[in-house]
Structure formats: structure tokens, C-alpha cells
Write a protein that binds this ligand. Sequence first.
Ligand code: 6PG
Length: 244
Amino acid sequence: MTHSNIIVEKTPDAASAAAARLCKEIVTEAVHQRGLCHLALAGGTTPRITYMHLADHVTTDQVPWSKVEVFFGDERDVPQDDVESNYAMAQRTLLDHMPIDWSRVHAMRADAGDLDAASWEYERIIRDIVGNDSKHIPQFDMIMLGLGGDGHAASLFPNCPSLEEAHRLVVSCHIPILGRNRMTFTFPLINAARNVLFLITGDDKAAVVKRVFQDHDQSLPAARISPPHGTINIVLDAAAARLL
Ligand code: 6PG
């Protein structure tokens, strides 16, 4: 049974700060319970303010960041130093400002020549670090996600074959609407998580937020994210929550 936790804050900054607080709680709890935290960061633009909030308080927080294994839920087919790279965005806004153990930061090589091989390699890294129990899918402590206007999350876009992947943890896919390739976590991996954290802000997301989280419109990829043994945390600003 998926537990849901919806947090609505007045402004994008307040929602981002709330997401940062929730992230710190989950990281601290995971390290306290299991000695490590397995975290997957979201891409796009929305998480930037949350990452800056996390980076702002690193000297005052008692968060065991050096015990966090950092992964990425999806990546664009660009070099790691490209302005479009999710890794570059997270490095600029968060990782460069944290007492992180860089050997525990695992970038997706979505700019590799053979994206399928790179996807298998990333899956191997996840199984090596997060867990390789053949009976269970590796369980992240938290997977952070945004929500696209078309209902995509990570790089699970509508009408893509990756939506039907039932076994692999990471796949590459061509996204026709973008004319680009992506690498992404799959539903099996996302839905195995202890915590999923959606951060969604802006009036332009209000309609898709309603369709995903209130109507549960299964034609939208994000509506298929529902970790049966975890919690789905949805952090919104008032504008994105306007139609709920
Ligand atoms: C990406 C993200 C993607 C993002 C949504 C929302 O690589 O773009 O993983 O899933 O979260 O597209 O993007 P914004 O936060 O920019 O609205």
C-alpha cells in the first residue's frame, strides 16, 4: 500500500525549502537506520532552488552527506559539462557545495556512443551499490522527480517503449517529441523506492498535477508511479496545486 504525503506551500521558494527539509529528514533517517543513504536526484529546472537550499545550510545542518550515494534518475544525451546536463545542474547548485564523497557520486553516461550498453552499466553500478539481491529490486531511500507538462517523470515520456519495461532498472530511449535520446530509471526501479519525492511548482503544471495525482490518469507516465512499499511525497506550490 503506497503511503501519500502531500505538502502545499504558498510560493515556489517555500515549496523548494519544504522539499529540502524533507530530503534532509530522509537522508538522516536512512543513514541512522542503515549507515548509508541511496539517493537519486531529479533533473530539469524545478529542483535547482531545492538544491540551493540544501547547499545553503550545509555548515549548520547535521546531515551525514558523506554517507550519501548519489545517483541520477535520468540524463540527457549531452556531455557532463553541458548546460543541458542534469549532472551539471546538480553539480553547480548542490554537489560542489557539499561535503560529499565524490567517489559516491554516480553520473549517468547518457552521452556514451552506445546508450544501451551505458544503461546496462549504470544498472550494474546500482546493483553493486544499492543492492543485488536477485529476489528484490534495489531499493533507493529516495528518488527525486519533477513532472513534465505531458505527464512525464524522469525520462519516462508518453508513448515510449520504456514505459513497458518490466525488468530492466535503467534504459535508454529516443524521445520523438524532443528529437533526442535519454537515459532513465524505469518504473520497476522507481516503484521499489522507500520514498519518491515529487517537487512541482508553477501554474503551468496545475492541470497535469490534477490529472496525475487526483484523476490518476494512467495514460500519463507519472500516474504509474506508486511505490507499493514506500511513500510518495508530493511537494507543490499553491499555483501547481490550484486544481486539486
Ligand atoms: C529532465 C527531468 C524531467 C523534469 C521534467 C520537469 O531531465 O528534464 O528529469 O523529468 O523533471 O521535465 O522539468 P522542469 O522542472 O524543468 O519543469
